[in-house]
Design a protein around this ligand. Structure first.
Ligand SMILES: C[S@@+](CC[C@H](N)C(=O)[O-])C[C@H]1O[C@@H](n2cnc3c(N)ncnc32)[C@H](O)[C@@H]1O
Length: 277
């Protein structure tokens, strides 16, 4: 799969000489919004961690199943997708609008490449917006006029923070950031969150994989307990019918056959879905 054509102009603010998480992820998912430097970085990670593509797809599947569940089972018709990534197959609005045709989605990402290719994330009917902001600046995100035009904070919303918080260092207070976002939403809102872990992975793989990836940008894998803390004060949903409410490896979340879905790539992650009481 090839990336951005060499002849295409580089969008403003985009540095094609330094790998970016959004473009690496895009490449691993088979997208075309990436440069040679991203593909090389991804291949270095893959050389150490052959489960890379499985892990990426497991996460994307969790994101989609969680969003669909919020719309279909909880009637949620508005979403804030933070760290949304580049347009890919089945973007969030494509998933939830199959259930609720005029569901609204505010996409938020700090990579200028996402804004540059926003056209593919924007629906024709004004139900989506793309906001270029850093999630660490909670006020800038929540006060953004385009976001405010789409999201009614008096009604339950879906907050999607998948595969993004491991890009936020401890000293930026990721747990407090999630608390502020969830706290800004109406009771009955839902949070879906996935996060890279180092628990259960061979230490060599973690060290080498992370050190390659950190050339793109700091990655902060966390323990299960640290990831569970993101859900403090929220009511965690069972990952599938009949299961106890819990944070799990995300392959099993909402899976038809949880035991089959718990692949090696699933073990890169913990996550879950929870309701704001
Ligand atoms: C691995 S992708 C995940 C995409 C999507 N959420 C998913 O799970 O399929 C991580 C995304 O988070 C974005 N990101 C990283 N740090 C961020 C920050 N501080 N503020 C906003 N977005 C951020 C990256 O630009 C990238 O697009």
């Amino acid at each position: 799969m090839s990336g951005v054509p060499e002849s295409a102009p580089v969008p403003p603010g985009v540095d094609p000489t330094t790998p970016s998480p959004a473009r690496i992820y895009d490449y691993v998912l088979g997208g075309t919004h990436n440069f040679p430097v991203d593909r090389e970085a991804a291949e270095r990670i893959r050389a150490q961690s052959p489960d890379l593509a499985d892990a990426a797809w497991v996460n994307r599947g969790f994101h989609q199943r969680a969003a669909r569940w919020m719309a279909a089972e909880q009637g949620i018709g508005q979403f804030i997708d933070i760290g949304s990534g580049l347009p890919t197959q089945s973007n969030t609005h494509g998933v939830v609008q199959k259930v609720i045709p005029r569901a609204r989605v505010a996409y938020v990402d700090n990579d200028p490449m996402v804004l540059a290719y926003a056209g593919e994330l924007l629906s024709d009917d004004g139900t989506t917006a793309v906001i270029n902001a850093d999630l660490r600046n909670v006020d800038a995100v929540l006060d953004d006029l385009a976001l405010r035009a789409l999201i009614d904070f008096e009604r339950p919303a879906g907050l999607l923070m998948t595969a993004v918080l491991h890009f936020v260092a401890d000293d930026a207070g990721p747990w407090g950031l999630v608390r502020r976002y969830a706290g800004a939403l109406a009771p009955g809102s839902y949070l879906a969150l996935s996060h890279v872990t180092y628990e259960g992975l061979p230490p060599r793989l973690v060290e080498e994989g992370v050190s390659v990836y950190t050339q793109a940008r700091g990655v902060h894998p966390r323990s299960r307990k640290q990831i569970e803390r993101f859900f403090a004060g929220l009511q965690v949903a069972p990952p599938y019918p009949g299961a106890e409410p819990a944070i799990t490896h995300i392959g099993v979340w909402g899976a038809d056959a949880p035991e089959l879905a718990d692949s090696d790539g699933s073990h890169w992650w913990f996550g879950g879905v929870a309701r704001r009481p």
